[in-house]
Design a protein around this ligand. Structure first.
Ligand SMILES: Cc1cc2nc3c(=O)[nH]c(=O)nc-3n(C[C@H](O)[C@H](O)[C@H](O)COP(=O)(O)O)c2cc1C
Length: 191
């Protein structure tokens, strides 16, 4: 007989890969956080301004000067069931903020990517809807041992697809629900 699924309430941290005032990805993050809360998840929204990290340089590590923020983020990844990253696409890839954050966190031990289940999403003013960046981000997280849910939630072009803080197309609303279902279902409780 399979073990029954855990009935414990899920916990999540969410983060946005843009620090820009008025970031459209921050708007998307807020919408997804609200949907997770509706599904009964206890969500903590992180602001990467509160986790200031210099551009990764191994010399900083070698000098024993790893910033506290790297360990703090790693702890949060290890103590929540879900990590949701919502990020713009820059030049077909992830933003420097996301790449830098992942670089620092990936150097922490134990591996901070093997506990939570990860969701990735983004919104763009272009019609390719951040899918190049999300595809790259999924590969990178998978390489680190992360379990990334199947739904890649790329929205675009903004503002056509997003009105009053929410996606306005039925198929995208369904996709949001699908991602929330996957995130709450695939929690693995640490290995
Ligand atoms: C350096 C840079 C590179 C960008 N490259 C892309 C890109 O490759 N694909 C895309 O769809 N949008 C690209 N954009 C446009 C962003 O989608 C747009 O600026 C978006 O509003 C950024 O997200 P934010 O509002 O959350 O900061 C780029 C923007 C910048 C500043």
């Amino acid at each position: 007989m399979p073990e029954p699924a855990s009935t414990q309430p899920r916990t999540a941290v969410t983060l946005c890969g843009s620090l820009r005032t008025g970031s459209i990805n921050e708007h998307l993050r807020r919408h997804l956080s609200a949907k997770l809360r509706e599904a009964g998840v206890a969500v903590t929204d992180l602001d990467l301004n509160d986790f200031a990290l210099p551009v990764f340089d191994q010399d900083i590590e070698d000098a024993g000067e790893t910033p506290e923020a790297a360990g703090a983020l790693a702890d949060l990844f290890c103590t929540h069931d879900i990590v949701l990253i919502v990020s713009p696409e820059y030049n077909g890839g992830v933003t420097p903020l996301v790449a830098n954050t992942i670089s620092w966190v990936s150097r922490q031990k134990p591996n901070p990517f093997k506990h939570a289940v990860f969701g990735i999403a983004g919104m763009s003013d272009g019609k390719y809807a951040t899918l190049f960046a999300l595809s790259h981000l999924r590969d990178s997280l998978s390489k680190l041992g992360a379990l990334v849910v199947p739904t890649l939630l790329g929205l675009g072009p903004y503002p056509d697809v997003f009105t009053d803080g929410a996606p306005n197309e039925a198929n995208i609303q369904w996709k949001v629900g699908q991602m929330v279902r996957e995130l709450t279902h695939f929690s693995r409780g640490g290995i």
